[in-house]
Design a binder for this molecule. Structure first.
Ligand code: SAM
Ligand code: SF4
Length: 454
């Protein structure tokens, strides 16, 4: 199979000198057409250091986000299945060389218990996360776990962050109902990649880089890519990430479904104690802004690795999906903290508080899982999104899932505020037919129906 030679896509990159104000203006004008920016243009914007120009770029990014996705912010939680790992990534607490780590691979029953704990808190989507050690958690166990969670809990969609594999394995995961396959390249810079990954299969840069091609060949419509910020110069890594998404678009007609922008965090037992290329809060905001304009259709994910005030800021410049109330150790939701966590969490607010914060920002919290379940995936999703059609679905489904959350899981404090957001959200709908249908479905939810969506 042909490899996505990202280096080729990056050919013709300009030097990392900040562009002139006129160049920035021209690139932003192009960005406002909502068709995205080339990796070279993105690189130029990433090279901007001036605070005033960065703010201008941020305001265009906020505008793009609103045009494409409206006000919704999708919420999810990670579910760590196993922290056994044979790789030796210098930044990670799960690495094989960390002999102090308290290891755990959840049994099928324990995994279902975790999913139930999430469901009880109001989550509808979970991201399964797993270290790389087939002796402790093989594909068969993973498939059984996925089927059991769907069968026995109210979790409606499972996504997966797992090591790269072969086409047939991907096919089986897809058939078991995984929505998005997610994998981060960590860094696209080969020498840095070699230095950061000291042992195990993950040392193979190209096998990781080509994982999305195999996932798509195995039937996945939606894939999520990412870089671990702090390992190398973010301008190179983020422009490469954007190039990777354009590669997928050119080859398969679909952009990456999501990009994740985790920043390196201290992890117990990691060799790397601090990032070799630190990324400041302002840099991260700028990175999110540039990604939003460069890849308008792509979901941008920020996790609880980031502190709460910054997360609230990032939402305004283009983040469209966030995790909340996360635990990064296996068994963390149902049984509390007793095994090795992957990294420290910086936003420990429970789901309810995050929902309240989103409402406070005038945005719309969403627990929607609809697109994956009605075939609005891959190419279809990318095309609809670029035509500006997806936000209507997002808005309606955000309201329906918020209503369910308020009835089933929310405390009194947030209930009133949530009802107010729903009321305003209904008023904003211009199409009278849709508005009536939404009101009918909200009433059905009040009467006990669940899982209604557009
Ligand atoms: N083991 C699989 C892998 O490495 O792809 C999947 C799970 S891994 C637990 C998920 C991601 O967490 C990694 O891809 C990496 O980007 C991120 N990560 C690892 N250590 C981290 C740290 N110290 N701070 C922030 N993110 C980290
Ligand atoms: Fe293992 Fe993934 Fe951690 Fe690397 S990042 S040590 S592969 S769990």
């Amino acid at each position: 199979m042909e490899a996505p030679f990202v280096a080729d896509l990056l050919k013709g990159f300009p030097e990392a000198t900040p562009p002139s104000p006129q160049e920035v203006e021209d690139i932003l004008d192009k960005g406002k057409e909502l068709k995205g920016l080339s990796p070279g243009e993105a690189f130029k914007l990433l090279s901007v250091n001036d605070g005033e120009i960065r703010r201008l770029i941020g305001s265009v990014a906020g505008w793009v986000k609103e045009r494409i996705y409206g006000k919704r912010v999708v919420l999810f939680a990670p579910l760590y299945l196993s922290n056994y790992c044979l790789n030796d990534c210098v930044y990670c607490g799960f690495r094989a060389g960390n002999r102090e780590a308290k290891r755990k691979a959840l049994s099928l029953e324990e995994a279902v218990e975790e999913a139930r704990a999430l469901e009880k808190r109001g989550y509808k989507r979970a991201l399964l996360v797993i270290g790389e050690d087939e002796r402790r958690y093989d594909l068969e166990s993973l498939l059984k776990t996925i089927r059991a969670i769907y069968r026995e809990t109210g979790i409606r969609i499972l996504h997966l962050n797992a090591p790269p594999m072969e086409v047939e394995d991907f096919r089986r995961l897809r058939d078991a109902g995984i929505g998005v396959y997610q994998l981060f390249q960590e860094t696209y810079h080969r020498q840095t990649y070699s230095a950061m990954h000291r042992g195990g299969r993950k040392r193979d840069y190209l096998y990781r880089l080509t994982a999305m091609d195999r996932a798509i060949e195995g039937g996945f419509k939606d894939v999520g890519i990412g870089v671990l910020l702090g390992l190398y110069d973010y301008r190179f890594d983020v422009a490469s990430l954007i190039a990777h998404s354009w590669y997928l678009y050119r080859r398969y007609g679909t952009h990456a479904h999501t990009i994740s922008l985790p920043r390196l965090r201290p992890a117990p037992g990691a060799i790397l104690k601090s990032p070799p290329y630190p990324v400041t809060d302002e840099d991260l905001k700028h990175i999110v802004s540039v990604c939003r304009i460069s890849l308008p259709s792509v979901g941008i994910v920020i996790s609880t690795r980031e502190p709460k005030d910054l997360r609230d800021e990032l939402i305004k410049v283009g983040v469209s999906q966030i995790s909340a109330g996360s635990r990064t150790e296996p068994g963390g939701y149902a049984r509390g903290r007793s095994f090795e966590r992957q990294f420290d969490i910086f936003d420990a607010r429970p789901l309810e508080e995050v929902i309240e914060a989103i409402i406070r920002e005038g945005l719309m919290p969403s627990l929607c899982t609809s697109c994956y379940r009605v075939g609005r995936e891959g190419k279809v999703f990318t095309e609809k999104t670029l035509r500006g059609e997806i936000k209507t679905f997002c808005h309606l489904n955000a309201i329906l899932t918020l209503k369910e959350y308020l009835l089933d899981s929310a405390g009194n404090g947030v209930r009133q505020k949530g009802e107010e957001v729903i009321r305003k959200g209904i008023e904003e709908i211009e199409d009278e037919g849709l508005k009536e249908e939404l009101i009918r479905r909200l009433k059905a939810i009040e009467e006990g129906r669940r899982d209604l969506f557009f």
